[in-house]
Structures are given as structure tokens and as C-alpha cells.
Design a protein around this ligand. Structure first.
Ligand code: PLP
Length: 458
């Protein structure tokens, strides 16, 4: 673990002496009927007893590792930049110790590899100022999508309302739909979720209807808008959560892709509730390895109230059993190798955010050059996306699917990010992949497509 990592100064102010948490009984009321009815897996709940000294285990149907063909695992990886920002000239070879490989090849704990969980606890302390043992837990899942969808199953009965920032990540809309939630859209602007809109929804909520108990929000680089919620708004959302009694589902895969200066980086909801002076336990936070380490690892982690994480873990216990052992072990070997540690990880993610910031700037310059008058946008402060409005189109869908595609460029029509699927003149473009020349060409084609569309109208 990186010895030189320190807690950011903003996290050291106004921390309460003794931290109070919401009581366990609070979550009993919050959990869905499905979550309440789950029983721990009979086999998996006995797994920890296998570690009892002297025990001979006839418990689980674990395959005999002697029959596995894998005998070693070595990979190469690019080290993080050095402390003075220099990039390494050579990749490093990292080998998994034999015992770690054996454990990774076998069935393992439902919540994830214990050593990886420990590493991630320390990361949350360093980044969000939340210490292990202070009334919260952490589990690993198959990407944050896995944890997110299980959290939704754990929190909602059919017909329950949920507050959802809108426009919102298209991948979460069908999850709320399949849980048969009533999605209440809370509008967003360039400063993130609108607290005025949120307050007005909550204050005018009909007294004879069940009030929402959960807000789903993406605090950094909102997918699709790219907006990052300001710290004042975050504080207000937390105050509203206490006043109107809901919890915050903080889905934060773009946390480390923040483009602004470190001093003005807003704290996460998870960090802010720690320093609020009120009991903690209103934030269920999702992190992802996808955007900064590899999407194919399929590793995400959830941090938050233990009863909620227990419900998610119980769901894993009857579905995919556990996150994949091999990718967890590869990630752990990388993160604990000599060049990484927590300090190395933080240098790596800073480098990744600089990489995407440069891509954002290239994209924005081309947007201005080719489409300046024809579209409107706000500069994203984190994430991978531009969200832009076609000035003369009320429905971007037909334009994107037909005119733009015919000209040889693809984007995503805004309607897919609206829980009720209404028409919109907005579209989303990812700036993460294309090089400078390709971006220029893509936006030139988009400009031609817009010209085609206006010629067809006139
Ligand atoms: C807002 C948001 N949440 C969750 C996910 C899923 O990420 P993961 O790869 O960790 O499952 C994504 C992926 O794009 C996303 O944009």
C-alpha cells in the first residue's frame, strides 16, 4: 500500500469525534420483500469455518485444484507515472504467487477476495476519508452494473417510486423498469442534479402516496450529460435526504476522470456524509474499475450500509456465486506490486484523467469548428461524453439513425437516456476512442448530415 498517500485536506475538516450510524432497524424498513425473504446460502455461509485451525472440510463441492490445467500466471503491465510525472519506458512483469493463483482458481468468498477488499477499504479511506469499521462495509461485484442491479432488487418493491436524475445512464433505466419502479425524473443542468427541482418534487409530494426512499445519481461526469454536481448542490441533496428521509445511490464510475484542478474537486456524497455531523448510512456508493483499469476485468465495488450490502451479497450467493477469482487476483497483484500501491493507483488515475481531458479538448475544438452554430453544449468536467442539442431538430432520433448514419457517423439519440423515452433534440457523443483526425472527420460528417436534414425540410 502506498506509504506516501495522505487524506485530502478537505476531508480532515469538521469530522465528528465519534461517528454515529443509522440503526440496523432503519434498513429493515428500506429493504424489498424479495431481499427480506432471502436466506443465506447454506454452503457459502459455512465457508469461513473452513479456515478454523485443524478442521478437515468435507463441506463444499469444490473441484480438486490438481485437476486444473493452469500452473502459473504472469502478465505485463505499464507502471503508473513516477512521483514527478514521468512515464515508465518499459512494462513490468508481474507474477501471481502460487498460493494466490490456487485461491483464484477455486470457488471463493461471495463478497470478493479478502485481500482485494482490504486494499479497497484503504482506498476509500484515502480518497473519501471513510475508515474501515466506521459503520459501513465493502463488497466486490462483476462490475458496478452487477452491484447496481442487485441494489435495485434489494431496495424496491413493484410500484415503489425512485428519484432518478434525468437524463440518466441508459443502462439503469431497464433495471428500474424490470423492478417495476415508478421513475420520478429530477432534471439536471451543467451543475449536475437540480436541487430546486428535487426540493420541489419532495415538497409537493402527495401526502397519500408513498414517498421515494432512494435517489439514483451520477455525481461525476454524468452519463450522458458529462455534468459534475457542484459541492453546494451535493450538500443540499444530503440535507434533503435527511429532511425527506431517503438514501442516495451514488453511482460513480467516472469519479477518477475529473478534469478540473484537484483543489476544486467536489467531495463524493460518501465523503460528505462523513463530515456532515449527522449519522452516516444514507449513501450507498458504487465504484468501478472499468473506466480506469479495464472494463473487461468486470470488477466494481459497493461501499455503504452493511445491511444493504448483505442483501446484495445474498443475491450474488444465489446467482453468479462470487465475482471472478482470476480477474480479482490479477487486479490485486497489479495494485499491490512494487510500483503501484495506493499512491501509484492515484498517479495512474490522474494520468488517465489528463489523457481524457486532452481528448475532450480536441473534440470540443472540432465541435466548435464544424458545428459551432448548429449545436449547443456544456463543456463536460469529467467522464467520456458530450451531450449536445441539435438547434433545429426536436427529435434527434431520426436524424441520428438516418441522416447521420447515411453520412457515416454514429452517435446515440438522447431519447434513450430519458426514463419515459420522450423525444428530445439532444444526442450523446463519446470522445474516448477516436484520434484527432477521426474526430475532425466525424464532426465534419455530422455537420454535412445536419445540412442534409435542413435541406430536406426547406
Ligand atoms: C453511470 C454508469 N454506471 C454504471 C456503469 C457500468 O459500469 P461497469 O463496467 O462497472 O459495470 C456504467 C457504464 O458505462 C455507467 O456509465
Amino acid at each position: 500500500m502506498g506509504g506516501s498517500t495522505t487524506i485530502p485536506p478537505q476531508l480532515l475538516v469538521a469530522q465528528p469525534m465519534a461517528l454515529e450510524s443509522l440503526p440496523e432497524s432503519y434498513y429493515r424498513d428500506l429493504l424489498s420483500d424479495v431481499a427480506k425473504s432471502r436466506r443465506p446460502s447454506p454452503i457459502r455461509s459455512l465457508f469461513p469455518l473452513e479456515n478454523t485451525p485443524g478442521i478437515l472440510s468435507l463441506l463444499a463441492g469444490k473441484p480438486n485444484p490438481a485437476s486444473f490445467p493452469f500452473t502459473g500466471l504472469t502478465f505485463t503491465a505499464r507502471p503508473p507515472p513516477s512521483t514527478n510525472g514521468e512515464l515508465a519506458l518499459e512494462d513490468s512483469a508481474i507474477s501471481l504467487p502460487s498460493a494466490d493463483l490456487q485461491a483464484a482458481l477455486q470457488y471463493g468468498p461471495t463478497a470478493g477476495l479478502p485481500a482485494l477488499i482490504e486494499w479497497l477499504y484503504e482506498l476509500q479511506r484515502v480518497v473519501h476519508g471513510r475508515g474501515k469499521g466506521e459503520g459501513w462495509s465493502l463488497i466486490v461485484g462483476n462490475g458496478s452494473q452487477d452491484l447496481l442491479s442487485k441494489a435495485i432488487v434489494a431496495l424496491f418493491n413493484p410500484g415503489d417510486p425512485v428519484l432518478v436524475q434525468s437524463p440518466v445512464y441508459a443502462g439503469v433505466i431497464p433495471v428500474f423498469q424490470s423492478a417495476q419502479c415508478d421513475q420520478i425524473e429530477v432534471e439536471t443542468d451543467a451543475d449536475g442534479i437540480s436541487t430546486d427541482a428535487l426540493r420541489s418534487i419532495l415538497e409537493s409530494w402527495p401526502t397519500n402516496q408513498k414517498k421515494p426512499r432512494v435517489l439514483y445519481t451520477i455525481p461525476y461526469g454524468g452519463n450522458p450529460t458529462g455534468a459534475t454536481t457542484t459541492v453546494d448542490r451535493r450538500r443540499e441533496v444530503l440535507a434533503l435526504a435527511r429532511e425527506h428521509d431517503f438514501i442516495i445511490l451514488e453511482d460513480d464510475p467516472y469519479h477518477y476522470l475529473y478534469f478540473g484542478p484537484a483543489e476544486s474537486r467536489p467531495l463524493s456524497y460518501f465523503a460528505l456524509e462523513r463530515s456532515s455531523g449527522h449519522p452516516v448510512g444514507r449513501v450507498l456508493r458504487m465504484d468501478s474499475a472499468s473506466k480506469v483499469l479495464s472494463a473487461g476485468l468486470r470488477i466494481g465495488f459497493a461501499s455503504g450500509p452493511t445491511p444493504l450490502l448483505r442483501a446484495i451479497e445474498a443475491h450474488t450467493g444465489i446467482t453468479n456465486l462470487q465475482p471472478p477469482g482470476i480477474t480479482q487476483a490479477i487486479l490485486l497483484a497489479l495494485l499491490t506490486s512494487a510500483e503501484w500501491g495506493h499512491a501509484g493507483f492515484l498517479r495512474h488515475v490522474t494520468h488517465v484523467s489528463e489523457f481524457y481531458k486532452a481528448k475532450r479538448d480536441v473534440f470540443e475544438a472540432a465541435l466548435r469548428r464544424h458545428l459551432g452554430d448548429a449545436v449547443q453544449w456544456s463543456t463536460p468536467q469529467s467522464g467520456l461524453f458530450f451531450w449536445f442539442r441539435l438547434r433545429h431538430e426536436d427529435d434527434s432520433e431520426a436524424f441520428v439513425r438516418e441522416k447521420a448514419f447515411e453520412r457515416g457517423v454514429l452517435a446515440l439519440p438522447g431519447t434513450v437516456f430519458l426514463p419515459d423515452g420522450r423525444k428530445t433534440g439532444y444526442a450523446r457523443a463519446a470522445f474516448s476512442l477516436l484520434g484527432e483526425e477521426e474526430v475532425d472527420e466525424a464532426l465534419r460528417r455530422l455537420a454535412l448530415a445536419l445540412r442534409d436534414a435542413s435541406a430536406a425540410v426547406s
